[in-house]
Write a protein that binds this ligand. Structure first.
Ligand SMILES: NC(=O)c1ccc[n+]([C@@H]2O[C@H](COP(=O)([O-])OP(=O)(O)OC[C@H]3O[C@@H](n4cnc5c(N)ncnc54)[C@H](OP(=O)(O)O)[C@@H]3O)[C@@H](O)[C@H]2O)c1
Length: 344
């Protein structure tokens, strides 16, 4: 395949015009440096974070204007003269924080997120450092592989980054977004039990089909944290906390002594009402999670292949051209799992 000189891309122009700050434009295909790789992107997916950057609500560093999107997968087209990790034709997926290779995240590597600090994946061709890519799982399509960059790796880090999940343990996941469904799938593959919450009866059925052992409707049952103890009387070992202000009080009710609440998101607001002393009352760990490292992603890809895990992608898949519609669709919370985008 020859390399064209121009391509289509979505640029986040500024954060003052909501989704109208997203501009679809022609742009030069970037040149490949000696340690870099040019990837023909075929798939992408969206995260809540992608939506709130153009809305000006993202609390972490972003350097606008920037090409949108962190999640991308495709095929290696050109390798730089000093690249050893890749060859033409390899199927790859992007690493969220390009500098976070292994071990704990640092201040510097936390500022290397695609689609925020660095140009992202909502484009036809991207140049990445050879260490900013991971081999895509052989059992996944490009769009499926693209969903692993952010949501999947975050869930993997929550379950394995501090105190690795063990068979027989119980994991509580909140809602049916990308992070929570990956956590459900990883937990079931590990032989753990899963309690899931959702606001919808129809989604509750889908959660059961995916293997959830116990489902609670968090709108009908405001005390769902205590209800979770009907299933896990001693409490749950891991909570995948994505609701923030709206959910932490109930998560504390559900967590076991010495359990972990991984604070990942703030879908229900970012100012929790609980005192920090609750960690002592509940004898638990509350841990902030920032996606994950390349080393963790390599482990996760191996687990996905070994267990033939297929990411849950919403039935409505968009194209690069219609990506702004995908933003609006996800903002309405019309989706189940990941919102996928194909790139021609
Ligand atoms: N820290 C990190 O590294 C990191 C990485 C990835 C994502 N995040 C954050 O994690 C959160 C989830 O991301 P995502 O991509 O999975 O989001 P998402 O796909 O947009 O999740 C949306 C779903 O979350 C559920 N939800 C919304 N409000 C809720 C509440 N108050 N209580 C329980 N569930 C609620 C709903 O499920 P139902 O429709 O079933 O009710 C909704 O459909 C976001 O805040 C995101 O910014 C953080």
């Amino acid at each position: 395949m020859s390399v064209p000189t121009t391509q289509k891309q979505w640029l986040i122009q500024d954060k003052d015009h909501d989704f109208d700050g997203l501009v679809y434009q022609d742009s030069p295909v970037p040149k490949v440096g000696e340690n870099e790789v040019l990837v023909k992107l075929y798939g992408a997916s969206l995260n809540y974070r992608d939506l709130i950057i153009p809305k000006g609500l993202y609390p972490f560093p972003s350097d606008l204007p920037v090409v949108a999107g962190s999640d991308g997968a495709g095929s290696v087209l050109v390798v730089g003269s000093k690249v050893t990790a890749w060859k033409q034709g390899d199927s790859v997926v992007t690493l969220f924080n390009q500098g976070h290779q292994f071990g704990p995240i640092s201040v510097a590597t936390s500022k290397s997120g695609l689609g925020g600090a660095l140009d992202g994946t909502l484009r036809q061709y991207g140049v990445f450092n050879e260490n900013g890519l991971v081999r895509a799982p052989a059992n996944l399509s490009h769009v499926e592989a693209a969903t692993l960059t952010c949501a999947a790796l975050t869930s993997w880090n929550a379950l394995y980054g501090l105190k690795p999940l063990k068979p027989g343990e119980t994991v509580l996941v909140q809602g049916t977004g990308g992070v929570s469904l990956f956590a459900l799938q990883f937990a079931k593959a590990a032989g753990a039990r899963v309690i899931a919450t959702t606001s919808s009866a129809a989604k509750a059925e889908k959660l059961k089909q995916l293997g959830a052992d116990f489902v609670v409707n968090y709108v009908e049952d405001k005390n769902w944290g205590e209800t979770a103890r009907e299933f896990a009387p001693d409490g749950v070992d891991h909570v995948i906390e994505v609701g923030g202000e709206a959910t932490l009080t109930q998560s504390l009710k559900a967590v076991k002594f010495e359990g972990i609440i991984s604070v990942i998101g703030f879908l229900g607001g970012a100012e929790p009402k609980d005192s920090i002393m609750e960690v002592l009352n509940h004898i638990c760990t509350i841990r902030g999670v920032c996606v994950g490292s390349r080393a963790q992603m390599v482990d996760m890809v191996a687990a996905i292949e070994a267990n033939d895990i297929k990411p849950v992608i919403d039935q409505k898949v968009f194209t690069l051209e219609t990506a702004k519609e995908a933003y609006k669709y996800m903002w309405k919370k019309a989706h189940f799992g990941k919102v996928g985008i194909t790139i021609g």
